[in-house]
Design a protein around this ligand. Sequence first.
Ligand code: PLP
Length: 426
Amino acid sequence: MHDLISYHHLRGMGIDVSLDVESIRADFPILKRKLPNGKQLVYFDNAATSQKPQCVIDSMSEYYSVYNSNAHRANHTLADEATTALEGARKSISTYFGTSPDQMVYTSGATEAINLVSYAWARENLSTDDVIVLTEMEHHADIVPWQQLSKEKGVEVRYVPIDIDSFTLDMDAFEVAVEGASLVCVVHTSNVLGIRNPIERIVELAHSQGARVLLDCAQSAPHERIRFDDSGVDFVAISAHKMGGPTGIGCLLIKKEVMGQMGPFMTGGSMIKTVSTDGSTFQEGHALFETGTPRIAEAIGWGAAVEWLEQFDMKDVHSHINRIASWTAEKISEIEGITVYGDSSRNDSSGAVSFLHNSIQSQDLAFLLDEGGFAVRTGHHCAQPLMDALGVPSTNRASFWLYNTMEEAEAFVTHLSDVVDRFSDK
Ligand SMILES: Cc1ncc(COP(=O)(O)O)c(C=O)c1O
């Protein structure tokens, strides 16, 4: 275990302490892993999914080995324990995100959370005259549901472009696009550029038009503390697996006043009050949207992850990651033939560094990096409209989390330089 008492003690005394990364790393068994070629794993694919601390793995294993049972159904001891753990996790997670348990719906991840808004809110409230504003830097999870809705309901979808020089959202264009809008769907932090959008201004402009705001926090939640009730945002979508939790779970946070405007999403068991051959009546609040057997083990694992994260000041986490990301971006941009997409020198960026070499294909480069033990993501990152705006088919992306070190970044830059020296067209 890391020395949390002294970490908090020092912070409490107003002393600036950076993260005790070596102790943090000790909580992640996978980080000790060597690849089949004998190379030490350096995991730089955190924007795709983070690794899990031992306490998350243990909490899920304990559920399956000690009190595995369905929740919200039977009255026996195991069922009680499973229900208490599921709802206890909801309390921990919603508190972590600055809201109450009844405003949080468990989903399979950010993708399902966004689909939930499109089915349960937008299909109930929007029609031909309505406008949805998206940005060019959205993940496909925040584009395709709205395109489908547009086909079905005739809703207009507007895309706000990025400023190609600064890699930021064109806020002048946003101000024009938001006029007359009913819903603004925007990514908090881009999974490709690492840029954090000015959400406070976006909410202000959207609300001045009477538009609701859906914020995709899949990438920001691992890097900063989301305080839902204070944010003014109407919906927040989050994935657990990018912030130390398991795959298969996430949530949608919903403003109280908006919940009442929503209809059912998936139907079946759990979300009903009564069912007869004449029809059914439904639950209210978050229960309306949680259908079938819940994701019990996953919720318990996510609860353990947020309790683990509670130990840190996310500002320290952010500055640690940002320091590694900006150093890496700067160094690799000096390597001949490499272009970095995004501006990691901004201190609000999230730790995703996307880059491309002008003659080594991104897939080949990823393979050569993997040979050195470095796990990075390659491809369009589920953001093809953004790739189109950048004028590239794909990028390589190194993304960092709190357990990564400057030593790993230095080794990465050295290896990348060597690879480029060996393989680029001279
Ligand atoms: C910005 C963003 N939004 C949404 C998603 C979708 O998350 P999930 O696949 O966990 O549902 C991702 C995943 O990469 C993402 O980066």
